[in-house]
Design a protein around this ligand. Sequence first.
Ligand SMILES: [Zn+2]
Ligand SMILES: [Zn+2]
Ligand SMILES: [Zn+2]
Length: 398
Amino acid sequence: MGIFSKKRRDADQPPAAGQPADSRMAFAQQMKEQARQLQAQAQAMQAQAMQQGAAYRQASGASAAGAGAAGARAGAGGAGPMTWARQVMAILAPPQPGFVKRCTCVTCGAPKQLPSATAYVYCDYCASLVDFDLRQACEGDTLPGPEYVALVNSSQAASQAAVAASDRDGYRAIQERIFSAYVANVPMAVSHRARNDQGYRQAYVRYMAEAAVARAFDPAYQLLEAEMRQRVMGLRYTGNMLSPTVDPDSFWPMAGTLEKQIELSQAHYRSGGFASIDPDRGEHLLPKMAWSGFCQGWLGLLPTDAAARLLQQTGLTSEYVPVAAVDGQPRHCGGCGAEFTALPGANAIVCEGCGRTMHLGDAEIPCASCGATMTLPAGADETSCPFCQSLVRRAGIF
Ligand SMILES: [Zn+2]
Ligand SMILES: [Zn+2]
Ligand SMILES: [Zn+2]
């Protein structure tokens, strides 16, 4: 009714002098404006991709250990693309409560049984890093703060100068500053072990910086970075700002370059003896972390079938199994108070609440004040009771 009446009113209006010509002019103007906007969008997309490439190069060597994930995510422009990806792809939905990623510990052979709070999946029996869960990682997308971005940008000239002068120590020092800031600024992107375990934090920063040195001073790796820049430049976009899409034909060569970068990073890991300085000893997870970071950045920009193919080819399609009804012993973390399950025969566990490691052979200690019992984190002789803040000391230490 409303539509008809509007039409009639429009039709009833006598055309003012010169109106048709004005309409055509207005229409042409509108088309021109639309074209300009599309062009601006394309430029924005390209800039976003370049930024992503830069973040990727900076943090990732990707591969080197998981900061890649964050780097690519940072470049992806925050929650936008991932939010869209989640809408179109159930495959990226977070794991259901009560389910755990099916995986087995490479260190002790135990299957993962207890739920994991973050993308870093630790063994319930020996506290080794078992797996990296892309779907969990997608839940925690955060952007680095402006201070971190400023630090990275302001360090670029000095980094390049250090490489030009073959100054590995200088380059390493810059990288250590950057990764320290990264751990502090983007805690969601790194292992929860970094939250309260100072030893882990320092080791992680040192390892990441060392891996960055290996990449920066390897001419073969630098060639691959140049190749990656070209691949990113060669991406073709369709769609609009709300649902931009990368043409898969222009995308696969970029994935091919990443594959070569991952292989080279693995070679660096072995030749550089990184297993001795990587606090997670995660060589087996290098490809998975690199691909996860890459996928976090790009999945949301791919057509669904190409996105599914990328997950398939990179082995990132995950199976989830129900958390087993286990006959474990409930205990509490002396660091944060979180309840955890000590499975029969388990030796060590990483607290999902605070990231501290606990040796399960240690007896539970009661708080003299409130009576709560807790397991003290490895290496700690005392703690402030997480329930009443009284001092709790390890047995035998007075
Ligand atoms: Zn294990
Ligand atoms: Zn804890
Ligand atoms: Zn207490």
